[in-house]
Design a protein around this ligand. Structure first.
Ligand SMILES: Nc1ncnc2c1ncn2[C@@H]1O[C@H](COP(=O)(O)OP(=O)(O)OP(=O)(O)O)[C@@H](O)[C@H]1O
Ligand SMILES: [Mg+2]
Length: 651
């Protein structure tokens, strides 16, 4: 079996021990998550495993012939060729065999009756068998299936790789890895730029993939169905948690609560001891106690505060005064080559709108944001900003908006005014860039650190229109929540794209829905209203699809093509929904079982007198109940949608 054994890996940057003696093993059966807060060293560990950087000490042993593929979190490098050909390089492993076939055939052609062709024929047969067992000869179909699954359109296949945005380049790299079909896959945040459909597709793909998997992602739902163990990096060390991702989060939550309690307890104790020492320092009668307490203080091993507990806290500065209309878009048309993204599109964004732009990948969300943010002027029609509107723009590919050679401090300086300078250090501090961190080069920052810096750059220049393109990508749970809180308290307009339904639900007051080949639609309400309207609309479309099916004899060919496309789309959606619902149901059953166990445990006599244990159990019960409630709700709404689709008789 393919095995990768990592032994005692250590790495320090300046005076920070990032990794301290990490050991673990991955084989072709492993399904593991690599978890940890932003900046804890997950990407670094992955880079060490695939020899992109070296560790200070430690070693690893790999079984001969093991093929390992790695998807980096950022800085993806692709060849100068079309999308299809780039992904086809995932089959490069067969090139030596194909060459061998050629040379064997040449030798056979040159042979005469004196040549012993037996070994040549034998080898040829062997290789041909290997090739037949592979998907090499069906590669076009395989590549097409993967690319379409990841959200590419067939018309994209001939486009050059460099024409795609960073998020799409990540998908190209991911497609290549899936095509490589390695023994072990290391994926660093593959879900970041994927919309819900592509995430669901990838989840199913990985479930039937039979190699080993080590994956970083902050998407709980995705991880729950992909992994069965979690390695967490924390303070440079790796801890293994058996079970799925939710169960890890639960165990971790409890541990954090305990750690937080003992941290507070320790702080109180230290404070009291110090007060005692201060008070009695000069009292001869207490000299001995003071001494012993001083000793005690020196001996204390400090409880390390996990970085999750260090609160990232910030508020956006008050929005400068502006007129009522933040943006007026009038008859906007935009196309890329022959691809028409917007046609005669008009929209007014009002002051204080929190407008979420949703829709499938490729529908034009980032394009729209870029045009409004005046990063792309190649369109017809007009985009007018209201009086005194000042934009703060968070680009989808943050790395392209920063100078990689800058340090954290000098990058922030590029947007600061003279009067900001004295505040820069403290602002960086509240974004968790401590003293040494501010002199780090941007090129070494982790994904989450870069996102935090990009947010800080926006924050420093008071704006009344925030344009945020997937701002939660790369952020860990804690940072995501802080951003949400700050945005909720912000009093300017917000125009944003996100695939995080929790984020949209809690922020959006209006929704713009973009979909392929149809007019963009605006929904004057929050996310729940939007979901409800969308369901109604889908129902209506289904009825129309049925009708056009009945009218098939009179229908034009394009009508039937449309209804076929629609029916395929619905079938896909139904399949995805059923799979999601099954998983939720399973999950909910697991939680019910867990609740039973907790209740059983609470009823045990020996626990009665153990106050701490009972408190723990009560907390655990509450947490499990709320998880159960949420999952049941999700299941209900999925179930309703499934029923509606099933009864729609669209196919
Ligand atoms: N060459 C370097 N010099 C100094 N510090 C570095 C270097 N490379 C990485 N770091 C720091 O090491 C820490 C870990 O980085 P890493 O990218 O591994 O984090 P991560 O766990 O992947 O975080 P995220 O969730 O944000 O992606 C970060 O604080 C980063 O700034
Ligand atoms: Mg990372």
């Amino acid at each position: 079996m393919a095995t990768l054994q990592i032994q005692d890996i250590a790495l320090a940057y300046a005076d920070r021990d990032l990794l301290k003696g990490i050991s673990f093993t991955i084989d072709s059966k492993t399904r593991a998550a690599l978890a940890g807060a932003n900046g804890s060293g997950k990407s670094t560990l992955m880079k060490i495993i695939c020899s992109q950087i070296s560790s200070d000490s430690g070693s690893f042993v790999v079984t001969k012939g093991t093929r390992i593929s790695y998807l980096p979190q950022s800085d993806i490098v692709l060849g100068h060729q079309s999308l299809f050909h780039e992904v086809e390089t995932g089959y490069a492993r067969y090139i030596p065999l194909l060459r061998e076939i050629k040379s064997l055939e040449n030798e056979l052609a040159k042979s005469d009756e004196n040549t012993n062709t037996e070994p040549l024929l034998h080898r040829l047969h062997e290789i041909q068998e290997t090739m037949l067992a592979s998907t090499y000869w069906q590669r076009e179909a395989v590549i097409e299936q993967i690319l379409v699954g990841l959200g590419f359109d067939r018309t994209d296949f001939v486009r050059q790789c460099n024409e795609f945005s960073g998020g799409w380049q990540m998908r190209i790299a991911l497609a290549k890895i899936l095509v490589e079909d390695p023994d072990i896959m290391l994926l660093d945040e593959p879900t970041n730029y994927l919309d819900i459909e592509a995430r669901t597709w990838l989840k199913h793909y990985l479930r039937q993939y039979d190699g080993g998997l080590l994956i970083v992602s902050h998407d709980q739902g995705f991880m729950d169905e992909t992994v069965n163990e979690v390695y967490e990096l924390f303070n440079g060390q790796l801890t293994r948690y058996a079970g799925n991702y939710s169960s890890y989060l639960l165990q971790r939550e409890q541990e954090l609560q305990r750690l937080e309690a003992s941290y507070r307890h320790q702080m109180e104790m230290i404070e009291k001891t110090e007060q005692f020492i201060e008070r009695f320092r000069y009292k001869a009668t207490k000299a001995r106690q003071v001494q012993s307490r001083e000793k005690q203080l020196n001996k204390i091993e400090l409880v390390e505060v996990p970085s999750h507990l260090k609160k990232l806290s910030f508020r956006f500065p008050p929005a400068p005064h502006s007129g009522n209309d933040a943006v007026v878009i009038d008859r906007l048309s935009k196309q890329y080559g022959s691809l028409r993204v917007f046609e005669n599109f008009s929209l007014i964004v009002n002051k204080k709108d929190r407008l979420a732009v949703t829709g499938r990948n490729g529908a034009g969300k980032s394009t729209l944001l870029r045009m409004i943010a005046m990063q792309d002027h190649d369109y017809s029609g007009s985009i007018q900003l209201g009086a005194n509107v000042k934009i703060g723009y968070f680009a989808q590919d943050t790395e392209h908006t920063m100078d990689m050679t800058n340090t954290v401090y000098s990058e922030l300086e590029t947007v600061a005014t003279t009067s900001d300078i004295p505040r820069l250090r403290s602002m960086l501090g509240s974004f968790l860039f401590s003293d040494d961190d501010v002199y780090k080069s941007i090129s070494v920052l982790s994904g989450g650190e870069r996102s935090r810096l990009a947010l800080l750059k926006i924050l420093i220049q008071p704006a009344n229109l925030l344009i945020l393109d997937e701002p939660t990508n790369h952020l860990d749970i804690n940072a995501k929540q802080m951003l949400l809180d700050a945005l909720k308290a912000y009093d300017g307009s917000i125009l944003f794209v996100s695939h995080d339904s929790h984020f949209i639900k809690n922020l959006a007051t209006r929704i713009l829905y973009l979909h392929d080949g149809e007019e963009p639609e605006i929904f004057e309400g929050d996310y729940d209203y939007f979901s409800w309207k969308l369901e109604q609309k889908e129902q209506f479309e289904r009825i129309r699809a049925v009708q056009s099916g009945q009218d098939k004899t009179q229908g034009t060919p394009s009508d039937s093509a449309i209804s076929r496309k629609e029916s395929n789309r619905l079938k896909n959606r139904l399949r995805n929904l059923r799979a999601e619902a099954d998983t939720l149901l399973k999950h909910s059953e697991e939680l019910e079982l867990k609740l039973e166990t907790i209740e059983h445990e609470m009823a045990r006599k020996e626990n009665y007198s153990d106050g701490e244990r009972i408190v723990q159990l009560v907390q655990l019960k509450e947490l499990t109940e709320s998880q159960h409630e949420e999952i049941t709700q999700q299941w209900f709404s999925l179930h309703e949608e499934i029923e509606q689709l099933e009864h729609g008789d669209a196919f």
